[in-house]
Write a protein that binds this ligand. Structure first.
Ligand SMILES: Cc1cc2nc3c(=O)[nH]c(=O)nc-3n(C[C@H](O)[C@H](O)[C@H](O)COP(=O)(O)OP(=O)(O)OC[C@H]3O[C@@H](n4cnc5c(N)ncnc54)[C@H](O)[C@@H]3O)c2cc1C
Length: 252
């Protein structure tokens, strides 16, 4: 995936019934975009493409890409708006996880955390939270080590920490890669049965989110790593997902 962003002045005479726009990329479509209002009466406009279908970084190409989305709403908004920044492109969106915890030899007095261990496709917004959880994990490992070693001996800490850290990465990793696996162009393996099942389940949760603040909040809490994914299987949500699936099956 790659995306290109640009700032625009919000037109004074704007006649719109929206504050922001998200044209989501739903497989098999490969293109989407976002308009977000920010300080200084400006929009940040981001266009994104999957499978190396990158949005161009020249003015005409950017507008053409906006026009090609499955709704022209972003194009209509920006075609006459005043741009007030260059076009910025970003393409390093692969997920990568380096398994230091599996090394047979690891130097003492060295810990690795944050993006140096695991970097995510940034569109899911998990990198900073996961890095912060890594820092908290280091704090816990240090406290435990020192409680057993009053003399301050840190031998063994590196390995213990890398192992603990890897456990905190599993969930955000599955969430990010599970979403990226929706696209057939994603490289690095194929989604397994569980991933495909989760994708179907999340589709229903997302559809229900547009009608239920309770489900929307639960979804955001899981995405922001405040709650485990099991929160989306709470009986109050599971029942509604099941009802939708049964309805779909019986109306076929
Ligand atoms: C385009 C983009 C958008 C993102 N959006 C989000 C988002 O919306 N939400 C979110 O949670 N996360 C987001 N992330 C991810 C987030 O930025 C990272 O996960 C987070 O910054 C990782 O923190 P870190 O401390 O591990 O690494 P970094 O923040 O990269 O810090 C590493 C630091 O080390 C310095 N450094 C590197 N080499 C050396 C050296 N040899 N000597 C000295 N210093 C060195 C670098 O200059 C840098 O300051 C985004 C990332 C990108 C690239």
């Amino acid at each position: 995936m790659g995306y290109t962003s640009r700032w625009y002045q919000i037109p004074d005479n704007l006649q719109a019934d929206w504050l922001g726009i998200l044209v989501s990329i739903k497989a098999p479509a490969t293109r989407g975009g976002v308009i977000t209002a920010v300080e200084g009466n400006r929009w940040v406009v981001t266009l994104a493409g999957i499978g190396r279908d990158y949005p161009p970084t020249d003015e005409a190409g950017f507008l053409d890409f906006a026009r090609s989305l499955h709704t022209p709403i972003i194009y209509e908004a920006i075609k006459d708006a005043q741009a007030n920044s260059p076009l910025y492109a970003y393409k390093r969106t692969e997920n990568s996880w380096r398994h230091y915890e599996k090394l047979s030899r690891l130097p003492e007095s060295l810990v690795i955390l944050g993006d140096a261990v695991c970097a995510f496709n940034p569109v899911y917004g998990q990198g900073m939270t996961t890095a912060a959880i890594g820092a908290l994990t280091l704090s816990e490992c240090l406290a435990k080590q020192l409680s057993h070693n009053a003399d301050g001996n840190l031998v063994g800490l590196s390995r213990t920490f890398q192992k603990q850290l890897s456990k905190t990465i599993v969930i955000p990793w599955l969430m990010a890669t599970g979403e990226d696996f929706r696209f057939s162009t994603t490289e690095g393996g194929r989604p397994n049965f569980m991933t495909r099942l989760m994708q179907r389940y999340i589709d229903q949760v997302l559809l229900l989110s547009s009608q239920s603040t309770h489900i929307h909040k639960a979804f955001l809490e899981v995405m922001h790593l405040l709650k485990p994914p099991s929160a989306l299987f709470h009986i109050s949500i599971f029942r509604q997902v099941l009802q939708r699936i049964i309805k779909q099956l019986t109306t076929r």
